[in-house]
Design a protein around this ligand. Structure first.
Ligand code: ZN
Length: 483
């Protein structure tokens, strides 16, 4: 039986248009995303990118596709070497240098994977470490050399950008401005200095190195993704994604390396997520607005509210992260979870005729159509969620007057599950915890109103046992959080 897949469109940086994603193999999506450079904690700007990619992946899965995702772990790179080698004596052996580098990268890889789990980001099928693919990188560079697209110089190897007519296609570079013959050793550089870039870096004193046909050295950053991506996902990849800061030079150089070797298009869809500001400013340690996930959790932020706050904004718009935005996200989630709880229970509505009554299943199907039309149109989450909230308003009003039947309630719950497969923020458990806590809060309020202080304290202790901390607010309402 042929499984139905929805047609989903994404903005393609190559063509600067929203285009349907037509997979190389029907019903299957291969997805490569540039992973972290593991030398410190990921900040919320990095996490925004990983959350957007999780949304993308989950939307394709919910749309009926089998997604194979490869996210690399960059565990050899300039900053990693700088930070891991600092404490070593000048006479340290190559083995000791590798050991220090691995100790640093293993620590931060574990922390990174932990952060993904906290944010309910689905784990990639492939999580290759760059250092496990040095052999493939060397072969790829040799191949480019044989094709006249790479040349050695003093133990390093550079890519000859003049040799590839499509160089600049992704970042839409002006070929006139390119400085043919000049070369750059740094992995990161500005687009006004477009030059031959480094594929293999000659070893330097104080750095770990690998043997190669060009002498001891290490790979440049760009070659890592081409080698791992082609090895694990093959010669034709459906979607490759990263933050907008990776368009140039990183992704441009990945295209040069992979297509220079393959002789044909490597990736069909290049998809980039915008960056993040904090309270209207660029995030910077000096401004005190630089947050890791752990910083926010220490401040009492619910990671799932953070997930929702980020995903409810469109991925191609600059996101202004704020604590007010987080509170709004918490309130939106409360509303969805309360509605879910209501649908799980039985209706209390009067059952009499109501002039504004609607047909719940028709209304539901309309919302579902609107939700998917928005998600299929370049992951338009603000519109998709608007469709969900309008449905919640309409069905709450309906249920107040004419109770929905069990079958209707179950159909609504199935849609909530379908949407939660993408947003991962209102699963069944969360809704029931909410309801349990709200019931306790109500019991405590009633006890206090009856001046039954012993009972009010007893309820508070029961909540404490559940790990819930109550907060009496100035306005008389009671808030709660997981303590
Ligand atoms: Zn990459």
């Amino acid at each position: 039986m042929n499984k139905m897949h929805r047609t989903l469109s994404l903005f393609n940086t190559l063509t600067r248009r929203v285009e349907p994603v037509v997979p190389v193999e029907e019903g299957k999506i291969s997805l490569y995303t540039c992973g972290p450079t593991v030398y410190n904690f990921a900040h919320i700007g990095n996490l925004r990118t990983f959350l957007f990619q999780d949304l993308l992946k989950r939307t394709f899965r919910a749309g009926g596709y089998a997604v194979t995702h490869c996210m690399n772990i960059t565990d050899v790179e300039d900053k990693i070497i700088r930070d891991s080698q600092a404490g070593l004596p000048a006479e340290a052996t190559n083995e000791q240098r590798h050991g220090a580098m691995t100790a640093l990268t293993e620590r931060f890889t574990a922390i990174f994977l932990d952060d993904l789990e906290t944010l309910r980001i689905q784990k990639a099928e492939f999580l290759p470490r760059a250092t496990a693919y040095i052999g493939q990188m060397i072969h790829l560079i040799q191949d480019l050399e044989a094709k006249g697209l790479a040349y050695p110089r003093e133990g390093s190897v550079y890519y000859r950008i003049a040799g590839l007519p499509q160089y600049g296609c992704l970042a839409h570079l002006d070929r006139e401005g390119m400085q043919a013959g000049a070369s750059v050793d740094a992995d990161e550089y500005e687009r006004d200095s477009v030059t031959d870039f480094v594929l293999w870096k000659a070893g330097k004193p104080g750095e770990p190195s690998w043997d190669s046909p060009w002498g001891p050295g290490r790979p440049g950053w760009h070659i890592e993704c081409s080698a791992m991506g082609m090895e694990l996902l093959g010669e034709r990849v459906d979607i490759h994604s990263g933050g907008v800061d990776l368009i140039f030079p990183h992704h441009e150089n990945e295209i040069a390396q992979s297509e220079g070797c393959l002789g044909h298009r490597w990736v069909n869809h290049w998809v980039h997520g915008e960056f993040l500001m904090v309270e209207g400013q660029k995030m910077a340690k000096s401004l005190g607005n630089f947050f890791t996930l752990r910083d926010l959790i220490e401040k009492g932020v619910d990671p799932i509210a953070l997930r929702y706050a980020i995903q409810s904004n469109h991925y191609r718009k600059v996101l202004n992260f704020s604590f007010e935005g987080l509170r709004a996200a918490e309130n939106s989630l409360k509303r969805i979870r309360a509605f879910r709880k209501r649908m799980e229970g039985e209706g209390q509505g009067g059952g009499g005729p109501w002039a504004e009554a609607l047909v719940p299943l028709v209304r539901l199907e309309q919302a579902r159509t609107e939700f998917w039309a928005a998600m299929a149109d370049d992951l338009n989450t603000p519109e998709a969620l608007a469709a969900l909230f309008t449905l919640i308003s309409d069905l709450n009003a309906q249920d107040d007057h004419v109770a929905l039947t069990r079958d209707e309630r179950n159909a609504v719950l199935a849609f909530l599950d379908e949407a939660d497969a993408i947003f991962a923020a209102w699963p069944q458990e969360a809704a029931s915890l909410d309801a349990e806590v709200e019931a306790f809060i109500e019991a405590r309020r009633a006890a206090k109103a009856a001046k039954n202080w012993a009972e009010a304290d007893r309820v508070r202790d029961q909540l404490k046992a559940l790990g819930i901390v109550l907060e009496d607010r100035k306005d008389g309402s009671v808030g709660w959080r997981k303590g």
